[in-house]
Design a binder for this molecule. Structure first.
Ligand SMILES: C[S@@+](CC[C@H](N)C(=O)[O-])C[C@H]1O[C@@H](n2cnc3c(N)ncnc32)[C@H](O)[C@@H]1O
Length: 308
């Protein structure tokens, strides 16, 4: 894995979601559609019917996916805090959630990607969906989680990248074959990633065109001195999705927490092929069969920890 500075990863994420976050809800069915039942179940189990007032922090809230699913389960005195590194996406979240009528109190906080914007031992529940792999210093972040969570509080990590998916060669090979069958042109990307084709030269052949988002991100990073040569879109995507192409194990996460893992499941055993074809009965069946034989090796995982 190529190492990038923490500052570059944080700033590239901030720019990426500031400048490109507008299309997020329309291009992420794997979350906006497919994660709804999972988060409803979580809310039923962990948030419904509590006597006492709770503080819930959603880190990397994006356009407000997690709060929009779980807020209906919170009561009048409960507080839902939405935090994100990107000001623009946080504004979208505010607009979107402001149109809904929830009983709980909602607040919005810019999170600079270092110290969490909460006091010690103040949160009852911390949620994050598809976020941990964007954060460059996993250890520092999880120590922050441990700092702000109350004793007996829950950390709920959804839609996270699972390292075991990449290590199961049967699943990985099957996924690659199906992906190439559905996207024949992707063979060129594979050759580029393996170093048989030079990505930058291909761009030059196409007239050195950068898409608008890539150009804007490059201009800012160059002006701020965070890079000294322009990045390709592929590199920007890899920086934004920093740990996604390697994933985490339970140990990678819990070594910084020492919490009790009270729930674990993996899903999306065919990764993008499943996400793009989740209505195709053959793909659904194959995904189920793989899930049956390899329950721990899906691309995404849900982990629920309890702080002792
Ligand atoms: C894939 S999106 C997920 C958004 C939302 N949780 C969802 O499920 O739709 C990743 C989010 O993490 C945010 N993010 C990226 N790096 C971050 C960091 N270091 N700290 C906090 N949020 C970050 C991005 O701005 C973006 O909103």
């Amino acid at each position: 894995m190529i190492q990038y500075s923490d500052e570059l990863v944080r700033r590239t994420n901030e720019l990426f979601y500031n400048l490109g976050g507008e299309s997020y809800d329309h291009s992420h069915d794997e979350i906006i559609v497919l994660e709804v039942p999972r988060w409803k179940k979580i809310a039923e189990l962990f948030l419904k019917n509590s006597e006492k007032k709770r503080i819930v922090l959603d880190v990397g809230c994006g356009t407000g996916f997690v709060p929009s699913v779980i807020c209906p389960y919170l009561k009048r005195d409960d507080e839902m805090i939405c935090a994100d590194i990107s000001r623009e996406i946080l504004n979208q979240c505010r607009t979107k959630l402001g149109q809904k009528k929830f009983d709980c109190n909602l607040s919005y906080k810019i999170y600079d990607g270092t110290c969490l914007p909460l006091e010690n031992y103040s949160a009852d529940v911390i949620t994050m969906n598809s976020v941990l792999h964007h954060i460059p210093d996993t250890g520092f972040f999880l120590k922050e989680v441990s700092r702000v969570l109350k004793k007996g509080g829950y950390l709920i990590i959804g839609h996270e990248a699972n390292a075991l998916f990449y290590k199961n060669w049967i699943i990985w090979t099957l996924y690659r074959i199906l992906y190439v069958l559905y996207h024949p042109k992707s063979i060129f990307d594979i050759l580029r990633k393996r170093g048989f084709l030079e990505y930058d030269k291909t761009i030059l052949k196409q007239g050195n065109q950068e898409d608008e988002l890539t150009a804007k991100i490059n201009n800012s990073l160059l002006a701020e001195g965070l890079i000294n040569q322009r990045l390709t879109r592929l590199k920007i995507d890899n920086i934004v999705e920093y740990y996604n192409i390697r994933g985490f194990t339970i140990k990678d996460i819990n070594q910084y927490l020492n919490f009790e893992l009270i729930f674990f499941e993996t899903y999306n055993h065919l990764y993008w092929v499943f996400v793009e074809h989740y209505k195709n009965p053959f793909i659904v069946l194959l995904n189920k069969i793989l899930g049956f034989f390899y329950p721990k090796d899906g691309k995404n995982m849900l982990l629920i920890f309890k702080k002792p």
